[in-house]
Design a protein around this ligand. Structure first.
Ligand code: PBG
Length: 332
């Protein structure tokens, strides 16, 4: 078939030079579509590097402010904040997450007071606060869905009241988006955006993040009874539809690169903004490969573009800052 068309059809005409390639390009990597995740310690006075995430840091309060300021100047205005909480503040139930004056709530209001243009995304899940590193409350050797929901509702209202623009339930409990939305409405927090980790797979790519947050302490921790089974695609659609019906504003797929088909499926079938999270393991894999000179930095825009091409409308990536810093010199 195609043979008959040649030479009338020559796809290479449209690849002739950069200007033409730009004119016909279908996807764009724009820095306004990137969200930078940042880690912050509740107690450390200095910023610390993260061995399993070269180039990323657990910030102190002061270095965090400095970083946000620099990110803003570079044009990155959306930050996803993750706390590293002292061991002494953790327990089985993640009680500290429910304290309206906890480290995160105070920090969120401080950031919002200092930087009025920053959009803050805060995670709703108990893992930074539980001794088990699990996202919920353990009862009879499993995370208890309904008990955890109550905690998540409270945590959401606290974070939203403190000033989080976007709250992001990352826990994968059933029914959480509906419960949280109802509580937010009751608390008159009408404009708080819910970014739901709808299709969050039980993935081995989260390992470095758990080092950074300090949620890795229990041997052989498995989140298989609440995070999604990596073999399933239809189930991702079901989760996404449920979250949208329950009141989510934005949906998310996570991890990114191994789940491009899931991004494509949800973006083609569901009419809502869809974000992808290029997670810690994806970052570290690329960064260690770059550091070892296996690849050039071009792998960064290549992977990010693939997430947009699959149908993401924005991407949470540890490379947001890098993209902004190298904006003029990368293919986008
Ligand atoms: C916690 C949470 C995790 C990530 C985001 N929120 C880890 C987990 O579920 O254990 C992973 C992010 C990353 O790996 O970069 N609920």
């Amino acid at each position: 078939m195609l043979n008959n068309l040649f030479p009338n059809v020559r796809p290479r005409r449209l690849r002739k030079n950069k200007t033409i390639r730009n004119l016909v390009s279908e996807t764009k990597l724009h820095k306004s579509k990137l969200i930078q995740p940042l880690f912050v310690s509740d107690s450390n006075p200095e910023k610390q590097s993260i061995t399993t995430m070269p180039g990323q840091f657990i910030h102190s309060r002061d270095s965090l402010f400095f970083e946000i300021d620099e990110l803003q100047k570079l044009g990155i205005n959306t930050i996803a904040l993750f706390p590293n909480i002292s061991q002494t503040k953790k327990d089985n139930d993640g009680t500290e997450a429910l304290n309206p004056d906890n480290f995160m709530c105070k920090l969120v209001s401080e950031i919002k007071a200092r930087f009025n243009e920053v959009v803050l995304v805060t995670d709703v899940a108990l893992d930074p606060y539980t001794t088990t590193g699990h996202d919920g409350i353990i009862e009879n050797k499993d995370v208890d869905n309904d008990k955890t929901l109550k905690a998540l509702e409270e945590m959401s209202v606290n974070l939203a009241s403190a000033g989080s623009d976007i709250i992001a339930p990352s826990d994968m409990m059933d029914g959480r988006v509906g419960k949280i939305r109802k509580k937010l409405e009751e608390a008159n927090l009408k404009d708080t955006i819910i970014l739901s980790y709808s299709a969050k797979y039980s993935s081995s790519f989260y390992g470095p993040f758990r080092d950074a947050v300090g949620s890795q302490q229990v041997e052989g921790i498995s989140k298989d009874s609440y995070q999604m089974d990596k073999r399933n695609l239809n189930e991702a659609l079901k989760e996404a539809k449920l979250d949208l019906d329950e009141g989510a504003d934005i949906l998310m797929v996570k991890p990114g690169l191994p789940y491009l088909d899931v991004i494509r499926e949800i973006s083609s079938n569901i009419d809502a903004p869809l974000f992808a999270y290029q997670v810690s393991g994806e970052y570290s894999m690329l960064q260690m490969g770059i550091d070892k000179k296996l690849f050039k930095h071009n792998v960064i825009p290549e992977t990010l573009i693939s997430l947009f091409r699959a149908g993401s409308s924005s991407v949470i990536t540890y490379y947001a800052r890098w993209v902004a810093e190298n904006y003029d010199n990368i293919s986008k």
